[in-house]
Write a protein that binds this ligand. Sequence first.
Ligand code: NAP
Ligand code: HSE
Length: 441
Amino acid sequence: MSNCNKLGIGLAGFGTVGSGVWNTLEKNGELISDRTAKGVSLGITKILVRDLAKTRATTSAVPPEILTTDWRALVNDPAVDIVVELIGGTTDAFEIVVAALLAKKPVVTGNKALLAERGIELFAISRKMETPIFFEAAIAGGIPIVKTVQDSFIGNHIHSFTGIINGTSNYILEQMTLRGIDYATALQEAQELGYAEADPALDVNGWDAAHKAILLATLAYGFPIDPAKVHVSGIEQVRPTDIQFAKSLGYVIKLLAIVRERDGGAVELRVQPSFISQKHILASVHGVFNAVSVNADAAGESLFYGRGAGQGPTSSSVVADLVEAARDLAHTARHRGFLPYRETGTLVPIEETTTAYYVRFDVTDRPGVVAEIATVLANHRIGISGTHSPIDASNPDAEFVDMVFLLHSCPFGKLTAALAEIEALDCINSQPVVFRIENLG
Ligand code: NAP
Ligand code: HSE
């Protein structure tokens, strides 16, 4: 360590979040120093980028000599005491984090993809090197949910998390609903606002939320989770017709992450666009906001709400971790993160999860179509609570129409089997689109 109270930060990544960390430390550095018992002062001594020539939107000029494109120069710099990884991805970021830990430099990261895919390896090195990894920014942006689960709920069995934990998709769904804009325009806005991942496919295909759900589940249930076993679907299939139909039935569509421990200890973990009642509190989570509802045995139900993405909220979480890392260095070292206290656990197979459903079929409009679909559903003992075929006023004689079925609760495996048969019918033109109707109580 260069000096107990003055600590050097190596900032790997200087995009939306990295430059937010620069700005926050500049604005609130003195306040942070006043608030820490021994006056810890944090200074950025090295910054890793890809493009040295890029103009940086920071509130003060960045000395060009502290910029580098060589991550080894950053990690190995003796003036760097703490490494902040904000480049994203799972390759270079992995190497940087490993090298920092091996050099006994604490790591702060907001990289949920890295931790969900390779966290078990990284936290094993962290424990071996007695050097911590902090990751508050990896789940739900500015909401302090990681420390809440690790510290505040440590005396609880956690029954479930139900959350909206991707700001980009929540923003897109809402803009499509309120302004009637199309999906591509809404996504572009989310990118311009700094909400989306460098690869925005992760936001819209559900995987960013799934990475965060995996981290929550690992923190709560203490066993490694294989991402390949998690059921994930995103918002790409949500059409304006689904949004309108949901509204007319008293629902809104939200990308929900559900992590729930069953009796016996198996864990249900899934991310899907879901119909939830307009009256449920999660229906009021707008724009880039996230919310995580935690149900724990002693504490009962708690709801955490705040901005889930963007420069300010995310850098707030990174800076909080930096201060904790600095306090650790200045006082006693701790190592946290995933502390696997059991080798294995069981995930509930998605086929065994049960909800009601909204299913949209693309059908050839001819007499008997509803009966054909209904017969297959009846053969599988799946109840129908309603059917609807939105009329396209501009084309009332259309040959192909959307036909919506609302189905009673049944295991997903049963529904999948019925849909496989229905898809083979002559009148069905493409794969049915399924959304869950969640009864959140
Ligand atoms: P970003 O705006 O795309 O910035 C990435 C930065 O990393 C850029 O400065 C880029 O350099 C640099 N970089 C990327 N790959 C590199 C490489 N191989 N070598 C050297 N430099 C490299 O990303 P961001 O939005 O700040 O996100 C950063 C991390 O925070 C990601 O893990 C993301 O998941 C996480 N996160 C983001 C948010 C959010 O709201 N944006 C919220 C929570 C967590 P150039 O500038 O030269 O291109
Ligand atoms: N792209 C992410 C989101 C950033 O939109 O939620 C925060 O993790």
